[in-house]
Design a protein around this ligand. Sequence first.
Ligand SMILES: Nc1ncnc2c1ncn2[C@@H]1O[C@H](COP(=O)(O)OP(=O)(O)OP(=O)(O)O)[C@@H](O)[C@H]1O
Ligand SMILES: [Mg+2]
Length: 489
Amino acid sequence: MSGFAELGLSSWLVEQCRQLGLKQPTPVQLGCIPAILEGRDCLGCAKTGSGKTAAFVLPILQKLSEDPYGIFCLVLTPTRELAYQIAEQFRVLGKPLGLKDCIIVGGMDMVAQGLELSRKPHVVISTPGRLADHLRSSNTFNMKKIRFLVMDEADRLLEQGCTDFTTDLETILAAVPSRRQTLLFSATLTDTLKELQGLATNQPFFWEAEAPVCTVEQLDQRYLLVPEKVKDAYLVHLVQSFQDQHEDWSIIIFTNTCKTCQILCMMLRKFNFPTVALHSMMKQKERFAALAKFKSSIYRILIATDVASRGLDIPTVQVVINHNTPGLPKIYIHRVGRTARAGRQGRAITLVTQYDIHLVHAIEEQIKKQLEELSVEEAEVLQILTQVNVVRRECEIKLEAAHFDEKKEINKRKQLILEGKDPDLEAKRKAELAKIKQKNRRFKKKVEQTLKRQKAGSASRGHRPPRPRSQELRAEASDSRCQQPHTDS
Ligand SMILES: Nc1ncnc2c1ncn2[C@@H]1O[C@H](COP(=O)(O)OP(=O)(O)OP(=O)(O)O)[C@@H](O)[C@H]1O
Ligand SMILES: [Mg+2]
């Protein structure tokens, strides 16, 4: 098997890898490092936890050591915590070089960042929003000579999700030279491949792992079909059982909103589970502190929104629990990828209500694997049901008293004003969009019902199609006694 030395890296870098415990290159590193060293653009698509970071950090450090200057490389990532993690990799691997790095993310002092940028660091690691702010407002630095532009989680940077990076990326791309090497990495590149190919035009090298399943083999993937209103009791039961069965344990729970994240954190703490929260309504310093406490196992549970779903590498995580079924398969892939990293074992449990079954099918279709049902002691859940519901309600009341929703509204308005938008106009636009979406949903439902009727007709004529798993799950769901509508808690 080929080692790092055979990939064209200098002996000091090979020694750094050895000291960090990276003995043999992973497949994505074997594929991408030589191509990057040859001067080609690179698109690397490999499973979560497969070592994509070192696949770009190592060749960049190699090239930097041959011709050191600042600013040599710009790395963009969608989240602040990930920017710090990547900077750490550059720092430890590039220590013998005396590498100067600089992290430019929102929520931190802009003046201090400006000063650091003007000192020409070798590598800048940044989230797009804050870097674009600096580029628009300052002339004390420039990016005209950068040799490498890296986009980690490139598909997220390009898609228009809840945070839209498009205008900031335009500002950044206008500030970097067109003669550069562009390196794009993610575990889910394929649906944004066209846009990405437009960015990486210099003899692009595309590396994708050939694998029948998109998630890692060591990951045990389960679902738990639960009625909406008893979901939290199941969550408490799952955490309690895991705590009882393991001495050394660590869990990430993903939620769909900041508010749910905050309420569940308060609730789990009331049950004496060592829990910290991570979501975008927290101050940046609190976010870093929460993550540090979780990483050092002072707190065993991290409850987070999707701000923690991409890139974060916390080797101790054994279980990921999806409190809500992710609306998009690729969100699922990244969330569950926070465990079972670098060849370790891990487990993912997704709570599925009777309203989410179609989402599970979309996930299974994309990952090309069926989730297995998790069995739990229902009697034990029933025992704690009332207590959990009462505690949750108490937490909701407490949060309402702390004006959580108002703070969120104020933050949103502030953000829109900063982006140069009119908050009232935006609200109108959103309402109109919601109306259109609702109309589309109604139309889709009608089509589905018609198709169902047609299918039922053909079945009654003796022409019976095999029963797909979706129907099995639906049948199970209709057995569940609770018919509570799906509300965002
Ligand atoms: N060659 C190697 N040998 C052993 N461990 C490695 C090697 N390369 C990387 N690792 C380790 O694997 C873990 C995961 O690496 P990394 O965070 O780069 O994964 P990734 O592919 O970027 O995942 P994600 O898609 O979630 O961002 C890290 O702890 C890293 O130190
Ligand atoms: Mg990564």
